[in-house]
Design a protein around this ligand. Structure first.
Ligand SMILES: NC(=O)c1ccc[n+]([C@@H]2O[C@H](COP(=O)([O-])OP(=O)(O)OC[C@H]3O[C@@H](n4cnc5c(N)ncnc54)[C@H](O)[C@@H]3O)[C@@H](O)[C@H]2O)c1
Length: 464
C-alpha cells in the first residue's frame, strides 16, 4: 500500500461518518510544508494546454508532471510548465499509470480523447487522485457509469471541464430560470454546432494530395475504404506518436492523420461528433437552469444526417433530438437547424431567456444589465461561488480539493448532462424513440438500443 492510500484509508477510518476537510485530518497534500496541490496533467492537445495554463497562474497548485503519447506534445507540455515556473522540474511520462504511481501527486487534469476517458479517469480515482476531467464524461453511458462509481467509491473530488458553469452570464441566466422569473418553464431549445471542423488544420495537406480526385478532396465524408482517396489518406503513423496505444480500447484501424489529434471527434470509433462534443456545454447549462442536474428525459427521439459509417469523417452532420422531461417540459436539442439558435433558450409561461458564449437576451431587457442577479430577485442561489475571474472554474476545483466540498460541475452532473446526447445518438442509430428510465439508468424494452449504451474494448483493454 503506498503512502497516499495508507493516509487516505486510515483517515477515512478515523473520520467516518463525519465530513471533515482534508486539511484538518492531514491527507498527504495538506501535510506538505507548502500546502500546495501537486498536479499531473494528461493530454496536451487542444484543451490540455488551456486547462494547464489556468492552473499555472494559480498559486495554490503546482504542475509537477505531464503525460502524453505524442513525444512532441509531451515536450511542449514540459517546456510550457518549466517556462512558467522558471525551472526544469516538470517530469515527463508516456504512461499515465506510471505518472499516477507517484505518491506526491494529489490531483490530475485529464484532457485525452473521449475513447480514453473511462480507463484514465477510473485509474486516477482508484489511486485516490482528485480529478479535473473533460466533457463529455465518457464515450458511452456505461463508461460514464463506471467513472461515477469510481469517483464516488474512492471519494475523490471531480470537476468537469464544463467551464460555462463558472461564467457570470451563464450563471445569471440559469438563476433567472431557477427563480421562476420566466414563469413555469414549458420548453427549452439547445442549439449545438453541425458538420465537421478541421481543428488541427491538416485538411489542406490531404486536400493537396488528393488534387487529382476533387470529389474527395472537397469532402472527407466521401472518402471510404476501397477508394483511391482512402489509400492516399492512410499512411504510417509518425515516429513521435505511439499510435497503437493512442487507439487504445477502440477498434484498431489504419492511421489517418485527419482522424487523430483534435479531429478524432469526427470518427465514431474514437469520438461522438458535434452532438457529444457540445452536449456537455449547452445542455449542461439547460439542466442547470431547470434544476435537473440529477434528472433527465424519459423519451428521446432523434433524427440526423449521417455519412457512410466507414467514411474518414463519419459523424452526424445535422441532427435534431426531441425530448420529454419531467414537469411537462420538452427540450429540443439540434445542430444545423436554423430555427434552433446556438446556445440555451428556456421558454416559460411568463417570458424567456437565451444565453450563449456570444451573448445574453431575455424577454425582460432589464435582466441584461445585471452582472449578477440582484438579491431581491434571487431567492435561490444555485452554487455559492461568487468569484467570477477568468480562472474561476479551475480555482473552484482547487478550493474543493482543499475543502472536500462538491465542485460546480461534479461527476453526477457531468453524467446526467451528457447522457441525453448519448441517448439522442442511440435513437438516431436505431431509428426509434428511446424510453429512458432516469432513476435506474436503463433503456426500456429495447435490447438493441440498450446494447449501444456500451461498447466492446479491444484486447487487452478491459473496462474498469
Ligand atoms: N471544455 C472544453 O471547452 C473543451 C474543449 C476542447 C476539448 N475538450 C475535451 O478535451 C478532451 C481532449 O480533447 P482535445 O481536443 O484536447 O484532444 P487532442 O487530440 O487535441 O489532445 C489529446 C491529447 O491526448 C493525448 N493522448 C491520447 N491518449 C492518451 C493517453 N492514453 N495517455 C496520454 N495521452 C494521451 C494525445 O496524444 C493528444 O496529444 C476531450 O474530451 C474533449 O471533449 C473540452
Amino acid at each position: 500500500m503506498n503512502r497516499r492510500k495508507f493516509i487516505a484509508r486510515t483517515t477515512a477510518a478515523m473520520v467516518l461518518p463525519m465530513i471533515v476537510p482534508g486539511c484538518v485530518v492531514g491527507r498527504g497534500r495538506a501535510s506538505r510544508p507548502s500546502n500546495r496541490i501537486n498536479i499531473g496533467v494528461v493530454g496536451w492537445g487542444m484543451q490540455g494546454p488551456s486547462n494547464t495554463q489556468n492552473f499555472l497562474t494559480l498559486d495554490d497548485c503546482r504542475v509537477v508532471a505531464a503525460c502524453d503519447l505524442d513525444k512532441n506534445a509531451l515536450q511542449a507540455a514540459v517546456n510550457t510548465v518549466n517556462k512558467a515556473y522558471g525551472n526544469q522540474d516538470c517530469a515527463a511520462y508516456h504512461d499515465y499509470k506510471e505518472m499516477m504511481a507517484r505518491d506526491d501527486i494529489d490531483a490530475v487534469m485529464l484532457a485525452v480523447p473521449d475513447n480514453w476517458h473511462e480507463l484514465v479517469a477510473t485509474h486516477a480515482a482508484s489511486r485516490g487522485l482528485d480529478i479535473y476531467g473533460e466533457k463529455p464524461l465518457a464515450k458511452t453511458i456505461v463508461e460514464q457509469q463506471r467513472i461515477v462509481h469510481a469517483v464516488e467509491r474512492n471519494k475523490v473530488i471531480w470537476q468537469t471541464g464544463s467551464w460555462q458553469r463558472s461564467g457570470a452570464t451563464f450563471r445569471k441566466a440559469a438563476e433567472i430560470v431557477r427563480n421562476g422569473l420566466i414563469g413555469k418553464v414549458t420548453h427549452v431549445e439547445v442549439g449545438l454546432p453541425s458538420g465537421h471542423t478541421d481543428f488541427k488544420h491538416t485538411g489542406p495537406e490531404l486536400k493537396a494530395k488528393l488534387a487529382a480526385y476533387p470529389e474527395y478532396a472537397n469532402d472527407f465524408t466521401k472518402i471510404v475504404p476501397g477508394t483511391p482517396a482512402w489509400d492516399i489518406a492512410v499512411t504510417a503513423p509518425p515516429p513521435e506518436l505511439d499510435y497503437e496505444t493512442w487507439i487504445g480500447p477502440a477498434r484498431m484501424e489504419p492511421y489517418i492523420k485527419q482522424r487523430v489529434h483534435m479531429d478524432w471527434r469526427w470518427n465514431y470509433n474514437t469520438g461522438g461528433g458535434q452532438l457529444l462534443d457540445w452536449v456537455g456545454h449547452h445542455l449542461d447549462i439547460a439542466h442547470w437552469g431547470l434544476g435537473f442536474d440529477r434528472s433527465g428525459p424519459s423519451e428521446i427521439e432523434g433524427h440526423g444526417e449521417f455519412p457512410a459509417p466507414d467514411a474518414l469523417w463519419n459523424t452526424c452532420t445535422k441532427y435534431r433530438v426531441e425530448m420529454q422531461y419531467p414537469e411537462d417540459i420538452t427540450v429540443t436539442m439540434a445542430g444545423g437547424h436554423e430555427d434552433i439558435k446556438s446556445g440555451t433558450k428556456w421558454i416559460g409561461t411568463e417570458g424567456w431567456v437565451w444565453v450563449d458564449r456570444s451573448g445574453f437576451a431575455a424577454s425582460n431587457p432589464e435582466w441584461k444589465k445585471y452582472k449578477n442577479l440582484p438579491d431581491e430577485l434571487a431567492k435561490i442561489r444555485i452554487y455559492n461561488y461568487p468569484n467570477n475571474q477568468g480562472t474561476t472554474h479551475w480555482k473552484n476545483f482547487l478550493d474543493c480539493v482543499k475543502s472536500r466540498q462538491e465542485t460546480v460541475a461534479p461527476v453526477q452532473t457531468a453524467h446526467h448532462s451528457a447522457t441525453p446526447g448519448h441517448l439522442g445518438l442511440i435513437s438516431m442509430l436505431t431509428g426509434r424513440k428511446i424510453h429512458w428510465d432516469v432513476k435506474h439508468e436503463k433503456i426500456l424494452d429495447d435490447p438493441e438500443a440498450s446494447k449501444l449504451m456500451s461498447r466492446e474494448y479491444r484486447a487487452p483493454y478491459k473496462m474498469s
